[in-house]
Design a protein around this ligand. Structure first.
Ligand SMILES: *Cc1c(COP(=O)(O)O)cnc(C)c1O
Length: 373
């Protein structure tokens, strides 16, 4: 279908090609090339952190963060059930215990009142995940964790360029992680970064990323690491993308605003919140949640929209309902009604940066048609 509107298409019309050519012309294509350090420095500065450690993707950024904090057997880590598998996987792979909380039905972010209820003497960390365009209220979270000495990993994979009470997302807690997958606000194709103000944690992440090679005796290892390195080619694209971040955020906000306008009066849907007391939505994706009165679920809505050339995606499926974790004996008998409902009734419309005004209009028209029929 030639006029199919995909759920995401990135914008690569800045200096991406120029910087990539520099890599080819100079022969610097591995992680040793200069764009990697440039991206680390510029990205860390952008989010107000001292150190940046570029890695292969946003999922392994979480693995490295969990490992750097020495989270392991006996340690409990609180996280939202409504998130991507990468978050819980990093905790489970480290041998630590994931402890879940439900979401708020309006922001779709983790419910902080439940965080407080889930704290035990074994709670070592909270993994906060900002969802879809609005951040978790990080000041409120840190007010809970800091007095108790609980660490915070901020998964800001969907939040480049967002702020929380005017402080950049990615600047909160002990370590923050980002993804540069093509549907994120800035992309390197595949890629991610860990940012922190703690020199020790930064060093650990650098070492873990690079197989824990030692500077003194390269092939003698005290610890097991991974190859999570980012290539200079990827970082070159990242540097070019970072130059455009403000433009991209403006575009995303315009996109959200246009969808809001064009979907006015469409019955049966909950739209994203425009703002909270601590942030304005940046619409990483434009999510919709079907009201209970709508006689079909998100899967059916996605099917109907696809039949008319619109590519949509379902919301996350909650961690407590993942077969892989249930088989491990995790989350037995647990229920999180808000996340369960979001998973079944939520989906998002095409939200990529390359989306045109004409496409937005068509998506809105088709959505209106599907929901009114
Ligand atoms: C995309 C994403 C990740 C994973 O990033 P990858 O680069 O795809 O591995 C992790 N957490 C959140 C919240 C994400 O949206």
């Amino acid at each position: 279908m030639s006029n199919f509107i995909p759920v995401n298409e990135p914008l690569l019309d800045g200096n991406e090609k120029k910087y990539l050519c520099e890599c080819i012309d100079t022969g610097w294509i591995s992680s040793e090339g200069p764009f990697v350090q440039r991206l680390e420095k510029e990205f860390a500065a952008r989010v107000g952190r001292r150190f940046g450690i570029a890695v292969a993707n946003g999922s392994v950024a979480l693995d490295a963060a969990v490992a750097a904090l020495d989270l392991g057997p006996g340690d409990e880590v609180i996280l939202p059930t409504f998130t991507i598998i990468s978050c819980a996987a990093a905790i489970v792979r480290a041998g630590a215990t994931p402890v879940l909380v439900d979401s708020e039905s309006d922001t779709w972010n983790m419910d902080l009142s439940q965080v407080e209820q889930k704290i035990t003497s074994r709670t070592r960390a909270v993994m906060a995940v900002h969802i879809f365009g609005l951040p978790v209220d990080m000041d409120a979270l840190l007010a809970i964790t800091q007095p108790r000495g609980i660490k915070v990993i901020e998964d800001a994979a969907q939040m480049h360029g967002q702020t929380c009470r005017d402080q950049p997302c990615g600047s909160f807690g002990d370590m923050s992680t980002f993804s540069f997958y093509p549907n994120k606000h800035i992309t390197t194709g595949e890629g991610g970064i860990i940012v922190t103000d703690d020199e020790g944690l930064a060093e650990r992440c650098r070492s873990l990323r690079n197989l824990c090679f030692k500077p003194e005796k390269r092939f003698v290892h005290e610890e097991l690491g991974w190859n999570f390195r980012m290539s200079n080619l990827q970082a070159a694209v990242g540097c070019a993308q970072l130059e455009r971040l403000d433009t991209f955020i403006t575009r995303k906000r315009q996109m959200g605003c246009r969808y809001d306008e064009l979907l006015v009066g469409v019955p049966g849907i909950q739209k994203p919140l425009v703002r909270t007391a601590w942030a304005e939505n940046i619409y990483w994706v434009y999510g919709l949640v079907l009201d209970d009165g709508v006689p079909y679920d998100a899967e059916e809505a996605i099917r109907r929209l696809a039949a008319q050339g619109i590519g949509c995606r379902p919301f996350f499926w909650p961690m407590h309902e993942q077969p892989v974790f249930r088989r491990m004996g995790l989350f037995t008998g647990e229920s999180y009604p808000v996340a369960e409902r979001l998973a079944r009734r939520g989906f998002y419309l095409p939200s990529g940066l390359a989306l045109t005004e004409t496409q937005i209009r068509r998506v809105a028209d088709v959505t209106r048609g599907v929901l009114v029929s």
